[in-house]
Structures are given as structure tokens and as C-alpha cells.
Ligand binder design. Structure first.
Ligand code: F6P
Length: 342
């Protein structure tokens, strides 16, 4: 069997660990051979591929990013996209695809599998951890570690100057990174996209923290929104899945807090630092296990499925089901953190 592998969407620490595990097990245990497609769906769309054998995956386990490249190309929006993908697979004699991605990349894999008979197995990735059907996605643990370290560092500089420090983390629709890093880093305010915030309340928490002679740290997810406002956009651009670019809520908050409380405030936007660099041990472990189980699914011809973590087990679920809705932070879980606010 010849198997194509691609990584799509925003990159994420652990992608290379999946690629390595897929190829190692697929070659060693099943005798399959592999081909890597460049830059997500753009690879099969434009016929751009690279050889993928055991020597090609040596040494990539701890490397961040993806050796295959990534893009947010949506082949279903391209003229003749499905036919072009099918032509590439036929020309290169590819029997199946391992698609490693988030809701967009996997959403395409679900449709290609279910409606167009392109045999795909999915592997979930996103630092945002917002894919339903899996307890965790790899990349999330690394991102939370980076954000937590940043918050630790910001505490000491905030206290030296008795300033408010606002930390903006990623999280377009879900506040998982904000919630986990905020709790781990001892933030005094955590703001997530799932619950609109009241700026007056945020200022009250800030003031209360100053009264205890410590400086406040406010962690905000990029998709968080004030009660009477909208998400803050970086610019007006849209990607090919129709997503706007976010970022700016941190700056907005710092200005509002300064204006309303008279306390000096600064913002740190962690941005792509959260996605770069070496994966944590947990993410390497999870990504490796996802890769091993994905190649089993390919070998068994169980297409249209995605591997997922349930407790400590790796299970298979229909990709379409996993991409049908996002996994967002439950209000009760968010409420737990409230004891530390202010
Ligand atoms: O992969 C999801 C994500 O991390 C979001 O939290 C964020 O909005 C987006 O990626 C930004 O990615 P890019 O700058 O690559 O478009």
C-alpha cells in the first residue's frame, strides 16, 4: 500500500512526531511505503510531494513545526479541487491519505472520504485543544507550558513596577490555553471567548489585587469579547476557510484598565511563540501514539475515521462527528477559577 501524509492548518508542536510514528510503524510492521505532500491540501492539489521513508524521519521527533510544511488551503474552494486531488493520488499511485490537522483540514478530509471516496484517516492537532471527540490534542500542552512560563516571568516584572500586565494568548473560539495557563501561572483575571467579560468587573479585580500589595496579571484569550463589543481584529483579512485574523484585545484591555483605574498597564502578546519550538514530553507521547494508531486504521482500511484520546486509550471516531462541533470551556469549569480572581 502507498500512503500519503499531509499536515494542514496552523502548525503545532508534535506534527513531526506523528509523521515519524506513521512512517516507522507503517514501513516496519506493515511494509507500506509513504509519500509526503507539501503544505497541507495544496500538496495533493498541485501535485507537490516529497519522498517519506525511515531515513527521512530520523531525528525529527523533538523538532517543532512540520517537515512537510503547512497551509490553510481549502481544496473545496478551488476550481476542480476534488478532481485535481484525485488525479494526483492516481498519478502517484497513492491508496490512502493520513491527514493531520484541526477542524478545517479534517473537515475537508471528512467530506473527501464520505462524499468523494478519497480514503482518509485523520489525526487531530491544534494548540487550541478545541476539537471535540478527543480529550486532548497535541500541541496544547506545549502551548500551555510556554504561556505559563511567560506568566511566571511577568509576575516579577509586574511587581517591581506595580503595573498591570495583560497577557494575550491564542484561542480563537475556546479559552483552553488561557484557562490552563492562567490557573497554572496564578493569574488574577482570566478572560475566555466563551464568556463575555464586564470591563468594570475586570477593573474591580485589578484594584482588589493592588490592595493586597501585589500586581495583577490578566490573561486574555485573543477571541475574548467585552459584554458590549466584538472581537478585536488584527486586520480585515480572511483565510480560505473564512477565518478573520484576531489579536488586539490585550492592547485594548490595557488601555481601558489604565483609563478607568489610573494604574499603569502593559500588554504582552505571546502569539506564535506558543506554536513554535520543541514539543513537550506529553505532546511527543500523544502525537506518537496518534501516529501509531492512525497507521493501524489505514492498514485496516478504516477510512473516514480520526484517532482520538479518551482517558489513556486511543480510539477511532468518525471524522465528520469530530469536526461537527467545537469543544469549548464549560461554564462550570471556568467558574472554578473564579476563586483566584482579584
Ligand atoms: O491554530 C489555531 C490558532 O492557533 C488560533 O488560536 C489562532 O487564531 C490562529 O491559529 C492564528 O494562526 P495564523 O497566524 O497561522 O493564521
Amino acid at each position: 500500500m502507498r500512503v500519503g501524509v499531509l499536515t494542514g492548518g496552523g502548525d503545532c508542536p508534535g506534527l513531526n512526531a506523528v509523521i515519524r510514528a506513521v512512517v516507522r510503524k507503517g514501513v516496519q510492521e506493515y511494509g507500506h511505503d509513504f509519500i509526503g505532500f507539501r503544505d497541507g491540501w495544496r500538496g495533493p492539489l498541485e501535485g507537490r510531494s516529497v519522498p517519506l521513508d525511515i531515513p527521512a524521519v530520523r531525528g525529527i521527533l523533538p523538532r517543532g513545526g512540520t517537515v512537510l510544511g503547512s497551509s490553510r488551503t481549502n481544496p473545496l474552494k478551488e476550481e476542480d479541487g476534488v478532481r485535481r486531488i484525485k488525479d494526483t493520488l492516481a498519478r502517484l499511485r497513492v491508496d490512502a491519505l493520513v491527514t493531520i490537522g484541526g477542524e478545517d483540514t479534517l473537515g475537508v478530509a471528512a467530506r473527501l472520504s464520505d462524499e468523494f471516496q478519497v480514503p482518509c484517516v485523520g489525526v487531530p492537532k491544534t494548540i487550541d485543544n478545541d476539537l471535540s471527540a478527543t480529550d486532548y490534542t497535541f500541541g496544547f500542552d506545549t502551548a500551555v507550558g510556554i504561556a505559563t512560563e511567560a506568566i511566571d516571568r511577568l509576575h516579577t516584572t509586574a511587581e517591581s513596577h506595580m503595573r498591570v500586565l495583560v497577557v494575550e494568548v491564542m484561542g480563537r473560539h475556546a479559552g483552553w490555553i488561557a484557562l490552563h495557563s492562567g490557573l497554572a501561572g496564578g493569574a488574577n483575571v482570566i478572560l475566555i471567548p466563551e464568556q463575555r467579560f464586564d470591563i468594570e468587573q475586570v477593573c474591580a479585580w485589578v484594584a482588589s489585587r493592588f490592595r493586597s500589595s501585589y500586581a495583577p496579571i490578566v490573561v486574555v484569550a485573543e477571541g475574548a469579547m467585552p459584554r458590549d463589543g466584538d472581537v478585536v481584529l488584527k486586520d480585515g483579512s480572511l483565510d480560505s476557510f473564512g477565518h478573520v485574523r484576531l489579536s488586539g484585545v490585550g492592547e485594548w484591555l490595557a488601555k481601558e484598565i489604565e483609563r478607568r483605574t489610573g494604574n499603569e498597564a502593559r500588554t504582552t502578546v505571546l502569539g506564535h511563540v506558543q506554536r513554535g519550538g520543541t514539543p513537550s514530553a506529553f505532546d511527543r507521547w500523544l502525537a506518537t501514539r496518534f501516529g501509531l494508531h492512525a497507521v493501524d486504521a489505514v492498514h485496516e482500511g478504516d477510512f473516514g475515521t480520526m484517532v482520538a484520546l479518551r482517558g489513556t486509550d486511543i480510539v477511532r471516531v468518525p471524522i465528520a462527528e469530530a469536526t461537527a462541533r467545537l469543544k469549548t470551556v464549560d461554564p462550570a469549569l471556568y467558574a472554578e477559577a473564579g476563586v483566584f480572581f482579584g
